[in-house]
Design a protein around this ligand. Structure first.
Ligand SMILES: C[S@@+](CC[C@H](N)C(=O)[O-])C[C@H]1O[C@@H](n2cnc3c(N)ncnc32)[C@H](O)[C@@H]1O
Length: 285
């Protein structure tokens, strides 16, 4: 049932029709502010993003899904809660019949994600990292709602407290903009934290890496021991980065890079080191 003036479904009415209390342990904080809901897809439109097939992770009662259907030819929504998945199927039965909406019931970390031209989502914050690391290597534009501190880490520069694996990965695949801070009042139930919307614009990585999966594993390893020198971090975390011969990497690498800590190296340094590690460190096949 749409509001006759705006042609959009009312977010509070969607929550009522879903007929279910939000479970905050499942990150169920629903957007109920119409102005914020309208702006989210606009951030993609103003950047010229191809919205022909949008992936939404965490559909909930469907207020953002409804806005996305106003812009996209097709939307695939992934929702883990079976009650909300059933509600989305029923609420958007017309769009489903017209093949414009697909509802995938399941965990966004496990389901096989379809091809998409962009992802626009108000994410479950408990799974932000895993979802970001899953989406960034797909090299598609993203407009995603995160906890504000997470968004700041994503956009952080080297040698700052916020800089880490997330910043290097995001900066490697995309330009990252924090486009809006969103107050708690925009949600029901309200989260304890302030939120922020991030838009990423993919580009060809500035620095080539031999293999995306290896690169991600290498970053995960060295940032697990971010307070140690790279020399020790490379040696101690070989089981995470998948290196059969970490000593060969330490010996072949530049002395200064090995004496530095991960938080002080630039994204280009990680790309160089990962390339070297891939060549001489006997990575697992
Ligand atoms: C913050 S709410 C957003 C709901 C809706 N898009 C909105 O903006 O109001 C997050 C949604 O993600 C769902 N969810 C939580 N963890 C999930 C996961 N691992 N995979 C898929 N959906 C998940 C929750 O059930 C909830 O509906």
């Amino acid at each position: 049932m749409t509001d006759t003036q705006t042609g959009r479904r009312n977010p509070d009415a969607l929550v009522r029709r879903a007929g279910k209390r939000a479970d905050t342990r499942q990150d169920q904080h629903f957007l109920v502010d119409d102005r914020v809901l309208d702006r989210i897809p606009e951030y993609a439109v103003e950047a010229g993003v191809d919205l022909s097939h949008v992936l939404e992770i965490g559909g909930g009662p469907g207020a953002l899904t409804d806005r996305l259907l106003g812009h996209a030819e097709g939307v695939t929504v992934v929702e883990r809660d079976p009650d909300f998945a059933a509600h989305l199927r029923e609420e958007f039965a017309d769009e489903r019949a017209a093949d414009r909406l697909t509802v995938l019931e399941g965990d966004a970390l496990d389901v096989s994600l379809p091809e998409f031209t962009a992802s626009v989502s108000n994410l479950p914050y408990g799974a932000s990292s895993e979802i970001a690391f899953r989406l960034l290597p797909r090299k598609r534009p993203l407009v995603l709602m995160f906890q504000r501190e997470f968004a700041e880490r994503m956009a952080a520069e080297p040698a700052t407290d916020d800089y880490g694996r997330l910043s290097v990965t995001a900066g490697h695949y995309a330009d990252v903009d924090v486009v809006e801070t969103v107050p708690k009042e925009a949600f029901d139930p309200q989260p304890r934290v302030t939120s922020a919307l991030v838009r990423t614009t993919p580009r060809e990585p500035k620095y080539s890496v031999p293999d995306d999966d290896f690169f991600m594993g290498f970053l995960k390893g060295v940032f697990t021991q971010r307070r140690k020198t790279m020399r020790n971090a490379v040696r101690n975390t070989a089981h995470i980065s998948g290196l059969g011969d970490p000593d060969a990497v330490v010996e072949a690498a530049d002395e200064d890079l090995m004496s530095a800590r991960a938080g002080n190296l630039a994204p280009a340094d990680f790309a160089d080191l990962a390339t070297l590690a891939y060549e001489v460190g006997e990575p697992e096949a």
